[in-house]
Write a protein of this length. Structure first.
Length: 454
């Protein structure tokens, strides 16, 4: 398949890369995601957006490394081709391809179109790791305004993507977060042919324990070598996601990597910038800046103290959580079966699913603390002002004193509902509290929090 190119500056290397990354140009029956038949929940929503010709805004998929963004793009390509999009109208390009020499611009990729583009169909561009392209945001603004086609782009760091691009992006692209697999998706990947998630869960009632250990990074979910998974996560996340993504930012990457390990080992704790500064022999202001950079990689997430007033919580410390329970396990300084490590992984898994619900219903989240003995792990406030108080315990037995503390704190908060997520296997009805097993919550957080079936 020849490529029409108005500019010889693109060169033979780019043409060869495009041919290699878009094999459907030469054979429309080729499907690159054939080995990944299971679709993420998010995938069908993005596919539907692409097939709505009246919506020309671009889609920016933001997520940490290894959460499956590339596979998602290739699955979109397969499904678009299966739905009848002419193969020459579809262009996929990975800007992080190690074979790229020098810089490749988004404009060069778009202009290097294959012979045979059908003008009766839109062109679709799937651009992976787009931040590696120079001035990508200015190009995307022009591309959306000029309606060159439909665009889905990915990258691994939220603020690194948004730097200098917020104004350009308003009304031109939507940002969608891609996190690690939800527990339901994790179950789906373990299901056998013809078996749905509910059936798999009935046959594997302790699958949530596997989820806590392996987490939501798709590459590892079927592994049986748990120590090797933890080793690979430490290597890939620390070396690639931190060193590679942050090395060009003019910061002390080695100390940021050390800070990252501290944060994961203390996942769910309030950030003590002064203590971390002493550990790292750094200034507390630098530590706070480094934490912001780390949250931009989407490998850790902050949670602010909940306050009803708009500014009441600004001076309080944030809690910092691992984005995925497997990161807690991988970087733990204690054995992974230690109760403290398990409890932190437990909370990280719950928080991951709460974030998704909060984005879906546009709810506000935080943690609540008045005194040391009056605290709630998570508070969810929906747009109507309704409050849900959520406490988490990895203990399979719900202790009466923990339930009583939740009642007291929720009463002071004036929460409308009280939920206690525990490590047991059955629901417990307690006075004023809905005690829910971790597996049921992770499998259907919408139903547990919002009272409806998902």
């Amino acid at each position: 398949m020849l490529i029409n190119s108005p500019s010889r500056s693109i060169g033979v290397i780019l043409a060869d890369l495009l041919q290699d990354q878009n094999p459907w140009w030469r054979d429309g029956a080729i499907r690159r995601a054939k080995g990944y038949p299971v679709r993420r929940d998010l995938q069908k929503d993005i596919l539907s957006r692409l097939q709505r010709l009246d919506d020309r805004r671009a889609i920016m998929l933001l997520g940490s490394r290894q959460v499956g963004k590339t596979v998602l793009l290739l699955q979109l390509a397969d499904d678009l081709l299966a739905a009848g999009l002419p193969p020459q109208n579809l262009t996929y390009f990975d800007f992080s391809d190690d074979r790229i020499l020098g810089e490749v611009t988004t404009d060069e990729v778009v202009k290097a179109q294959p012979v045979g583009v059908n003008p009766e169909y839109p062109r679709v561009f799937l651009l992976d790791e787009v931040r590696s392209a120079p001035t990508w945001d200015l190009w995307l603004k022009r591309a959306v305004d000029s309606r060159i086609g439909q665009i889905v782009a990915t990258d691994s760091a939220a603020r690194l993507l948004r730097d200098g691009s917020q104004e350009s992006g308003q009304g031109r692209w939507d940002e969608i977060f891609v996190e690690g697999l939800s527990f339901r998706e994790f179950v789906r990947l373990h299901a056998r042919a013809g078996e749905d998630e509910q059936a798999r869960l009935r046959l594997a009632p302790n699958l949530h324990e596997r989820y806590l250990a392996l987490g939501g990074f798709p590459e590892h979910v079927l592994s049986e070598d748990f120590p090797e998974v933890r080793r690979r996560l430490r290597s890939d996340i620390a070396e690639r996601a931190i060193l590679r993504d942050l090395s060009g930012r003019g910061v002390d990457v080695e100390r940021i990597k050390d800070l990252f390990v501290y944060l994961l080992q203390d996942s769910g704790a309030e950030l003590n910038a002064e203590a971390r500064a002493r550990d790292l022999e750094a200034d507390p202001r630098s530590v706070r800046d480094w934490v912001r950079l780390l949250t931009d990689t989407l490998l850790v997430f902050p949670l602010d103290r909940f306050a009803r007033g708009a500014t009441a919580g600004l001076r309080s410390k944030s809690k910092i959580f691992a984005a995925d329970p497997s990161l807690v396990m991988a970087f733990a300084s204690f054995p992974v079966h230690d109760p403290t490590v398990r409890a932190r992984a437990f909370e990280a898994a719950v928080f991951r699913h709460l974030r998704e619900v909060a984005r879906k219903v546009e709810a506000r989240m935080g943690y609540y603390r008045q005194r040391e003995d009056l605290e709630i792990d998570f508070v969810l406030e929906d747009p109507r002002g309704s409050l849900v108080a959520i406490e988490v315990t990895s203990n399979p037995q719900v202790r009466a004193d923990k339930a009583e503390r939740l009642r007291r704190a929720a009463k002071e908060l004036k929460a409308d509902r009280r939920i206690l997520i525990h490590g047991g296997v059955v629901d417990e009805q307690m006075e004023g509290i809905n005690a829910i097993p971790i597996q049921r919550f992770l499998f259907d957080p919408d139903a547990c929090l919002l009272g409806g079936e998902s």
